[in-house]
Design a protein around this ligand. Structure first.
Ligand code: 6PG
Length: 488
């Protein structure tokens, strides 16, 4: 063991793509880092990369003990391994060498309850624990991710200086990191970030489908449209990469690569957790749910090909090929439909976070979350600044839809939004995300819903009782008897 100044400031275990890039980012920001991986070739690879990328202060270790002991106290070790059992195994391996006050930070897409369980177990060993959402993929990890640390505040304070430098920096808004809150709140917020990411990707895919299938736009036109959209209110990482995708030629044959990619969406599970949590908390998240369902249906490739055959004489192909479409108008309408749908999707995600925050007593700050999502992460967008401002105006805003600015934006776009959705429905082109968003808006904005009938039905067959609009209390009616009498 060397003296304190030869010790590393921090350690990182788990050197797959994200871990390797985050370690180099930390080193580049001036924090000497020790790295460890079970497969030792990854350690050597990382050290070599650090050398090539400017002699960054990265020290590699092949055994867990010397790795842990190479870090200055209180030790902080970021773990970036696959969520679930591998995290438990890594903690087990490392914690035997750690001492009171040392801390483990799990940077994976972990289920929040696992973090809470681990935080408790670690505290019994006098060790600290953080569950930190890390967003931004490989590029973000290397040059500035959005970081969502939750758990021990003391542990956060021990490494705040590192996180503030390592995170993406957004001018006028600061580093994309903040202490999220207690327990598993960092993982929960990252999970909802991913749910929103699913929603965004689905809505963009629908915009593409309408423009391609109804508007007959070519890939090069689609590239231009998305590139233009990326100059305005839709400016975001996902719109930017979508524009790029339409410009990439196939390297294995003719045409564009996007047309050769199999139409089956994979997933790792965070979007599903988001929808499960929404149901658990009775929060409507139809746009995010629609994006998840679309992934499920996309997976049924063979069945869909078969069904396409069964319904090939359904008459819709005629509509698609014969209908007149004003391209410029369609493009403008789709842009507006996409933006309005996006507002509804974010409203759902934010309300889900708030519901969980209330349930768990996390006291999460929605505006601050919007701020740290402005840079580094996959859903980064200029639009998030508007969300931040909406919560700055009113931290207790019941729903983004009723914020004065967003309500105006929705109203300005609703005619175009309805035109796009109607056109898609009539053409047999699916826009489940846009439809779900519109239905969310149309349901939320109505003072009276047909829920009175559902309540009546429930009371009719199950004596579940109902409330009245003109008197308080629970009422039950013998509907069946009254109906029988009225039939006599
Ligand atoms: C991020 C991403 C990242 C990952 C998604 C992919 O924020 O950097 O969200 O975490 O790309 O989890 O999720 P699916 O595989 O479920 O689409």
């Amino acid at each position: 063991m060397g003296s304190a100044d030869t010790l590393s400031r921090i350690g990182l275990a788990g050197l797959a793509v994200m871990g390797q890039n985050l370690a180099l980012n930390i080193a580049e920001k001036g924090f000497p880092i020790s790295v460890y991986n079970r497969t030792t070739s990854k350690v050597d690879e990382t050290v070599e990369r650090a050398r090539q990328e400017g002699n960054l202060p990265v020290r590699g270790f092949h055994d867990p003990r010397s790795f842990v002991l190479s870090i200055q106290k209180p030790r902080v070790i970021i773990v970036l391994v696959k969520a679930g059992a591998p995290v438990d195994q890594t903690i087990q391996t490392l914690s035997v060498h750690m001492e009171k006050g040392d801390c483990v930070i799990d940077g994976g897409n972990e289920w929040y309850e696992n973090t809470e369980r681990r935080e408790k177990a670690m505290s019994e060993l006098s060790l600290l624990y953080l569950g930190m959402g890390v967003s931004g993929g490989e590029e973000g990890a290397r040059h500035g991710p959005s970081l969502m640390p939750g758990g021990s505040f003391e542990a956060y304070k021990n490494i705040e200086d590192i996180l503030l430098k390592v995170a993406a920096q957004v001018p006028d808004s600061g580093p994309c990191v903040t202490y999220i809150g207690k327990g598993g709140s960092g993982n929960f917020v990252k999970m909802v970030h991913n749910g929103i990411e699913y929603g965004d990707m689905q809505l963009i895919a629908e915009a593409y489908d309408v423009l391609k299938s109804i508007g007959k736009l070519s890939n090069s036109e689609l590239h231009d449209v998305f590139a233009e959209w990326n100059q305005g209110e839709l400016l975001s990482f996902l719109i930017e990469i979508t524009a790029d995708i339409f410009s990439i030629k196939d390297d294995k044959g003719d045409g564009y690569l996007v047309d050769k990619v199999l139409d089956k969406t994979g997933m790792k599970g965070t979007g599903k957790w988001t929808v499960q949590q929404a149901a658990e908390l009775s929060v409507a998240a139809p746009t995010i749910a629609a994006s998840l369902d679309s992934r499920f249906l996309s997976g049924l490739k063979e069945e869909r090909v078969n069904a396409a055959n069964v319904f090939k004489h359904g008459g819709l192909s005629g509509i698609l090929s014969n209908q007149f479409v004003d391209k410029r108008k369609l493009i403008d309408d789709v842009r507006q439909a996409l933006y309005a749908s996006k507002i509804c999707s974010y409203a759902q995600g934010m309300n889900l976070i708030r519901a969980k925050s209330i349930e768990k007593g996390w006291d999460l700050k929605l505006g601050e979350l919007a701020r740290i999502w402005k840079g580094g992460c996959i859903i980064r967008a200029v639009f998030l600044d508007r969300i931040k401002k909406a919560y700055d105006r009113n931290p207790y805003l019941a729903n983004l839809l009723i914020d004065p600015e967003f309500s105006k934006e929705i109203l300005d776009r609703q005619a175009a939004w309805r035109r796009v959705v109607s056109l898609a429905i009539n053409s047999g082109i699916t826009t489940p995300g846009m439809c779900a968003s519109l239905a969310y808006f149309d349901t939320y904005r109505r003072g009276r819903l047909p829920a009175n009938l559902v309540q009546s039905q429930r009371d009719y067959f199950g004596a579940h009782t109902y409330e009245r609009i003109d008197a308080s209390g629970a009422f039950h009616t013998e509907w069946f008897k009254l109906a029988k009498k009225s039939k006599m």
